[in-house]
Design a protein around this ligand. Structure first.
Ligand SMILES: Cc1cc2nc3c(=O)[nH]c(=O)nc-3n(C[C@H](O)[C@H](O)[C@H](O)COP(=O)(O)OP(=O)(O)OC[C@H]3O[C@@H](n4cnc5c(N)ncnc54)[C@H](O)[C@@H]3O)c2cc1C
Ligand SMILES: NC(=O)c1ccc[n+]([C@@H]2O[C@H](COP(=O)([O-])OP(=O)(O)OC[C@H]3O[C@@H](n4cnc5c(N)ncnc54)[C@H](OP(=O)(O)O)[C@@H]3O)[C@@H](O)[C@H]2O)c1
Length: 382
């Protein structure tokens, strides 16, 4: 019998669809990917995530080797490995080319033979303001540090010991296993930005968007199970708050309930920058509204007017109805940005419960605690 596929034994899947969801004239690049599970023995449920092991961009690997004055043929041993591999293999598949630490800046300082470089690095290391110190390094990748400090000689093995491991990335699954038992869909924001005057790219999102080969069994993946998921009882109403890529698991939820003929009402709050560019899966929501599976759809396009409108504004506008659903036993789900959105949605939920449930703020806190305990308030935020 073959060994089951998991994080330690990923399945070499084939990418079978790659389609841009956001319009090319928008400010964001959000794409849909389909990964075939055929022959893997893998199964999934709504709310699970897919782990993807990316590789670094060969252009970034070559640029690093040039700046480091290395060929890539050097033999290196990754800490805790037993057999050496070439530096090129290590920085293509195993190690991250971003995220240098001050341990590496110190090594660069110690090896610098140019007095001005050494002094500038010493100043950075001695920076007393922790925020400034952190911000300076956050703007830089290894290549920046090498190009700004060309006098230091560092060996391939020393680099190997200073790189972080290249980790798999998780993506919320946006398909339903009832509809697609042998396929997993992903909804990915492709990360591209600029720091220190250079164009940067997110390793895994651009691997999927730009470099992963279509229809070749060479995308290493695993299914990460989650506590996030639909209620077992198909009659229970669900409220889903998923702006941006946070909508991914809710496409899975609604597709699943539609495919299985589940009768419970479904209410989605979706938001993104602009309706004309970022209304992800618009036609599918329209179809599900027409067929009655999607009971309510409330939209918040933040940049279509002078004043920002967010999903929590739509929640507040519909506070009385939302409270009715919660009182009737609805499950409340939030997915997407953890830093700002999930906190603000949580605050709005507390306010709505206090106002429409006629509770003190303290009682609303306790009510939400009980919702969480009963697994009726679930979050998948990142
Ligand atoms: C449970 C879970 C589910 C997830 N689901 C999804 C999903 O459905 N869809 C989705 O798109 N993502 C999802 N993510 C996020 C995903 O795992 C990756 O983190 C994301 O795709 C970025 O990975 P990357 O390799 O492309 O970028 P990385 O190479 O990891 O780079 C990202 C880093 O770049 C830096 N950065 C990014 N933007 C900027 C900027 N503007 N300025 C300065 N620095 C910046 C930040 O340091 C950031 O941490 C999920 C995460 C988790 C934990
Ligand atoms: N490279 C880029 O240009 C770019 C652009 C956007 C996102 N990203 C990154 O891509 C990743 C995923 O993005 P995503 O598609 O999931 O979501 P997102 O683009 O971060 O946000 C989706 C929607 O949520 C809104 N939003 C912002 N702050 C909010 C808050 N406090 N409460 C509620 N809604 C809020 C956004 O509005 P506003 O943005 O108008 O405030 C937008 O309309 C994130 O890590 C993000 O940082 C990159």
């Amino acid at each position: 019998m073959s060994i089951p596929h998991d994080k330690n034994n990923p399945f070499a899947a084939a990418l079978v669809e790659r389609r841009r969801l956001s319009a090319p004239n928008g400010q964001k690049e959000t794409s849909h990917f389909s990964v075939s599970l055929k022959g893997s023995g893998l199964t999934y449920t709504c709310g699970d995530s897919l782990g993807v092991f990316p590789t670094n961009n060969p252009a970034a690997v070559n640029a690093f080797l040039k700046a480091a004055r290395l060929t890539g043929d050097e033999s290196v041993l990754i800490p805790k490995d037993t057999a050496p591999i070439t530096l090129r293999e290590a920085i293509t598949r195993r190690l991250a080319l971003n995220g240098p630490t001050y341990k590496f800046v110190q090594l660069l300082h110690d090896r610098a033979t140019n007095a001005a470089e050494k002094a500038a690095l010493a100043e950075r290391i001695a920076e007393a303001d922790p925020e400034k110190k952190k911000a300076w390094l956050a703007e830089r990748e290894f290549i920046d540090l090498l190009e700004e400090n060309p006098s230091a000689n560092i060996t391939a093995q020393e680099f190997t010991e200073n790189f972080r491991k290249l980790m798999p990335r998780l993506y919320s699954i946006s398909s339903s296993p009832a509809m697609y038992p042998d396929e997993i869909h992903l909804t990915v924001a492709v990360v591209r930005y600029e720091t220190n005057g250079r164009s940067r790219e997110g390793v895994c999102s651009t691997y999927l968007a730009d470099r992963a080969r279509m229809h070749q069994p060479d995308l290493p993946v695993f299914v990460a199970n989650s506590h996030f998921g639909l209620p077992a009882d198909d009659n229970i109403p669900v409220i889903m708050v998923g702006p941006g890529t946070g909508v991914a698991p809710f496409r899975s939820f609604v597709m699943d309930r539609a495919t299985r003929g589940a009768k419970g009402p479904n209410w989605l709050f979706f938001g993104d920058q602009r309706r004309s560019a970022d209304f992800l899966y618009e036609s599918e929501w329209n179809e599900w509204q027409k067929s009655g599976v999607l009971t309510r759809l409330d939209l918040a396009f933040s940049r279509d007017q002078a004043q920002k409108i967010y999903v929590q504004d739509r929640m507040r506008e519909n506070g009385a109805e939302l409270w009715k659903w919660i009182s009737a036993g609805a499950y409340f789900y939030v997915c997407g940005d953890a830093k700002r959105m999930a906190k603000d949605v949580d605050a709005a939920l507390h306010e709505i419960i206090a106002q429409h449930g006629g509770m003190t703020p303290e009682a609303a806190i306790e009510f939400v605690k009980q919702l969480k305990k009963a697994e009726r308030y679930q979050r998948d935020v990142y």
